[in-house]
Design a protein around this ligand. Sequence first.
Ligand SMILES: [Zn+2]
Length: 217
Amino acid sequence: MKKIVFCVAALVFLLVLSVPSFASAAQKLIQPVNNAYITAGYLNAKYEQRFGFKHYGWDLTSSSGSRAVWASGSGTVLATGYDNVLGNTVIVKYPDAYIHSTGKTRDLVFRYNHLDSIAVSKGTRVTKDSRLGNYGNTGKYSTGAHLHFEIDTDTVYYQYSPTLASSSNIIKAGTAGTVLSPRSVLYTKVSDPDNQSIWIVGDGYQSSSEDDLPFIN
Ligand SMILES: [Zn+2]
């Protein structure tokens, strides 16, 4: 009997030991602007009507006056520079991101556009406490300071975006099949030091039915 108890205890111990190596891989990604208004939502119908093309990301502005754009988790900067159409651009790869809409874990790429300034360079390792830059109004079609960002599961052809019909110098014309809605990935981290919040405002290029807010974390 004693032997059986010991065996069970040993098994439980081994199971407990093995759990962290399963669970530690996935990371929850948080929103890139701490106190954010969504000013244009993902695939917003009014946006498409007005501009004649689909909106494959979110546009965010800050309610606090800070234009800081923060990394969403642990990752590596794949590319930075001035794109002739989309302005100052940063592309970051986040490995093992938890996608709450599917319950699955995948490597993701975020493309950030219209930045005013860039604070990282290719190869920079980032965490959620790394500032990527400040959002701004750079690029051909930006009509005011905001962050436009897209989330893509294609981490090989990461510079290809469905936003462009013809390729530019950094961002190339891509297809939409691998792009995810930010709401299916992001979390709002309400605790220190991020103290995040997010709102859907007005009745412009966003709506509560299309742009459910991220999960609280
Ligand atoms: Zn946008």
